[in-house]
Design a protein around this ligand. Structure first.
Ligand code: SAH
Length: 402
């Protein structure tokens, strides 16, 4: 079962499984419990703060760009490699701005080594996971077809407060928000592994980043946006990843969707809808009692109208719960009105979580659901389920228990 964990972590694991198996659900938690703050990292600071910090240390201004380049362009966390900075200064800068934030507990791989899930321990013992998926790797059939590309799925919180009953993370409750440094470090690690050829397929780059790991990114808005800004900043200031390749997935925090709309960042917005009707959505996504399906869809459409970016609607198909043909029609009704050019529906076969009474839809119901949407002119795809056997697939990240 679990390897690389302390006895306390193993018992937390057992507890969370028992909790899930008892079929208990956790209450919705909007506040964020305060825990020890993670150590400050260069990624947490904006340009002005970086300049101030370097000035306060009495160091020359150009150290700002040097340090930024080492960390986010060269992906070099080890100060001994910062050879354009005097040795004594390297130590000072590393200690103050580049502490190691993520400790690798273990890696699990699947799909011929092209899917790698990593369990990380944070400074306070919280556990989070990220998943690196490489597609279209020549010679590795399990990596799928199409052009070669790499996606990293990252966590924005340790746990999650949104309490969706079908999601393993949601059932564990929220521990805390991740800092910008902790969010970015997951990406930096994946970028470095790809660059160094540690994933089958030879040296490569990240094409896509999806905030579909643990947590509700919109509930940790500031840290998430700051991390995104460094991801999209061109080298040498940032990782140079296209904003279009970054997907922020939300359960539907309407004010934050509106805030993102105003950022002027062409990231992709994904909204986890899972039901077109409030009666069922109240159950599947308890936050629906605060912002209902119609309000969420309107905010999502507003995102498209302002940014021109097509919104992805996530819908986990759950057998006999939300997969009826009439619900496909209701979904089309809800999304329509001004046509369907603004939206793409992404159906996810449910990944059952331990002890859950729910399971994935029958193939015939899934096909009928797809056909119904297509008949209405809605763009729809069914998500592939990479990394299933290592619990790396959607909604299965539950580091306390994985
Ligand atoms: N909090 C964000 C990110 C969650 S994970 C959000 O709600 O969008 C990304 C996607 O996986 C979400 O659409 C989520 O609803 C879905 N998901 C969660 N648990 C799942 C499960 N057991 N099977 C399939 N998809 C699941």
């Amino acid at each position: 079962m679990v390897t690389g964990l302390t006895p306390e972590e193993v018992s937390a694991y057992a507890e969370s499984v028992a909790h899930a198996e008892a079929g208990r659900t956790v209450p919705l938690a909007l506040g964020t419990p305060r825990r020890g703050k993670p150590p400050l990292h260069w990624a947490d600071l904006d340009a002005a703060q970086r300049a101030d910090e370097i000035a306060a240390l009495g160091l020359p201004k150009f150290r700002v760009n040097q340090l930024t380049r080492h960390l986010f362009d060269r992906l070099e966390a080890d100060p001994s490699g910062w050879t354009d900075i005097p040795k004594v200064e390297r130590e000072v800068l590393a200690a103050r701005f580049a502490p190691s934030l993520l400790e690798r507990v273990r890696d699990q791989s699947a799909d011929g080594g092209t899917t790698v899930k990593t369990l990380w321990r944070l400074h306070d013992g919280s556990l989070v996971e990220s998943v690196l998926m490489r597609y279209g790797v020549p010679g590795v059939r399990a990596s799928g077809s199409g052009r070669e590309r790499a996606t990293v799925c990252i966590s924005s919180q340790a746990g999650c407060g949104m309490a969706c009953p079908f999601c393993a993370t949601g059932q564990g409750g929220l521990q805390r928000n991740l800092s910008t440094g902790e969010i970015l470090a997951q990406v930096v690690d994946a970028a470095r592994r790809l660059r160094d050829g540690e994933v089958p397929g030879g040296p490569g780059r990240i094409n896509n980043i999806v905030f579909m790991g643990m947590g509700e990114p919109m509930a940790n808005y500031t840290a998430v946006l700051r991390a995104v800004r460094t991801m999209v900043a061109p080298a040498p200031e940032g990782l140079g990843i296209s904003a279009r390749g970054i997907t922020i997935s939300t359960v539907g925090l309407v004010p934050q969707i509106q805030r993102l709309t105003a950022e002027g960042l062409p990231v992709t917005l994904a909204v986890s809808l899972h039901a077109p009707d409030d009666e069922l959505r109240d159950e599947l996504c308890p936050i629906n009692t605060r912002w209902n399906a119609r309000e969420v869809v309107n905010a999502a459409r507003g995102y498209f109208e302002t940014t021109g970016r097509r919104v992805s609607i996530e819908y986990a198909l759950i057998r006999d719960v939300n997969d009826q043909a009439w619900r496909a029609d209701a979904l089309a009704d809800l999304l329509g009105g001004t046509g369907y050019g603004w939206v793409h529906v992404n159906l996810i076969p449910l990944n059952p979580t331990p002890g859950s009474r729910w399971t994935a839809s029958r193939r015939s119901d899934e096909d009928a659901f797809v056909r119904r949407l297509e008949a209405r002119g809605v763009a729809v795809t069914v998500r592939d389920t990479r990394g299933r056997e290592i619990d790396g697939a959607c909604g299965q990240l539950a580091a306390q228990g994985a």
